[in-house]
Design a protein around this ligand. Structure first.
Ligand code: PAF
Length: 290
């Protein structure tokens, strides 16, 4: 495994891979790697060589009152985990390398990012798309791998990739969960013991929706009522938003005619967590993927 810190060297490695007709796969991360990230890497390894994992805590996607400073940074542990599973390259640039003094450009996708996460975290998605565009330019991936947990981010990156003809194919990987259902997230490390227990309410609330859909309920308002019942019963959890949206437009769904996401964001103690379930209604029978 080779550790790369500079844009110039990463570009050289990527160009060399292109010249040799290699299928480069990129797994963009902010480090503090968990089994969810490793599942993206393993998936990338089934179809790509070389596989590049980027580790960069991107300052531009954190708001001024968010957790940029305390975001877990565990580079040595991350590198050991990536080495163990046989990653080819790790690209871990310093902030000045990605955003040299005088950097002024921002890339944003109109519309899709104004609501939900975008409303709760102004500027977040512009930060994400700006860094992902740079990572794509630097590594020239044939495939880039993202987890479904950040469903809105994924939709926005897909749109940018299409709109700007970036050429990378976006591969969506399933959410990885703890045995009690909690979706893996680097931010779970912030949860105190009591919060950790309360945090399963996000999964339980989505599971309540899954059961309702299984029982034949198709009305988004009633499905959300079932979700909120679970959240309201958990005093340690403060709901930020819960919505059922069309999986393509991210507009509020009035029916389940198209595939939909059930999206939830909540504060557990001081930690903000998100989760989702995908209702696939375009097949028969309906399936709810957690
Ligand atoms: O999902 C993440 O970890 C980040 O938003 C990403 C895609 C690595 C961009 O910084």
């Amino acid at each position: 495994m080779e550790l790369i810190h500079t844009v110039a060297w990463m570009k050289q490695v990527a160009s060399e891979a292109r010249r040799n007709d290699r299928v480069l796969g990129l797994v963009p991360t902010m480090g503090a790697l968990h089994e969810g990230h490793l599942s993206l890497v393993r998936r990338a390894q089934t179809q790509c060589f070389p596989v590049v994992v980027s580790i960069f805590v991107n300052p531009k996607q954190f708001g001024p009152s968010e957790d940029f400073k305390k975001y877990p940074r565990t580079l040595d542990v991350d590198l050991a985990a990536l080495e163990r599973i046989g990653v080819d390259y790790v690209f871990a640039p310093l902030p000045d390398e990605m955003y040299p003094p005088g950097f002024r450009t921002a890339v944003s996708v109109e519309g899709l990012g104004d609501r939900l996460e975008g409303r709760s975290r102004p500027g977040h998605f512009t930060g994400v798309t700006t860094v992902v565009l740079k990572l794509f330019e630097i590594t020239q991936p044939c495939f880039a791998f993202f987890g479904r947990k950040d469903a809105q981010q994924l939709r926005i990156i897909r749109q940018m990739t299409r709109d700007l003809d970036l050429g990378a194919e976006i591969v969506v990987c399933p959410i990885v969960r703890e045995p009690d259902g909690l979706a893996l997230s680097s931010r779970n490390a912030y949860l105190a013991e009591n919060d950790r227990r309360a945090a399963t309410a996000l999964y339980r609330s989505l599971d309540a929706v899954r059961r309702e859909v299984g029982g034949g309920e198709r009305n988004p308002t009633r499905l959300l009522a079932a979700l909120k019942c679970v959240i309201d019963a958990e005093p340690g959890v403060l709901l930020d938003y819960a919505e059922i949206v069309d999986a393509e437009t991210f507009d509020r769904a009035v029916s389940l005619r198209n595939n939909c996401y059930v999206l939830i964001a909540a504060r557990v103690g001081t930690t903000r967590l998100i989760d989702n379930a995908l209702i696939e209604s375009e097949g028969n029978p309906f399936t709810v993927n957690m």
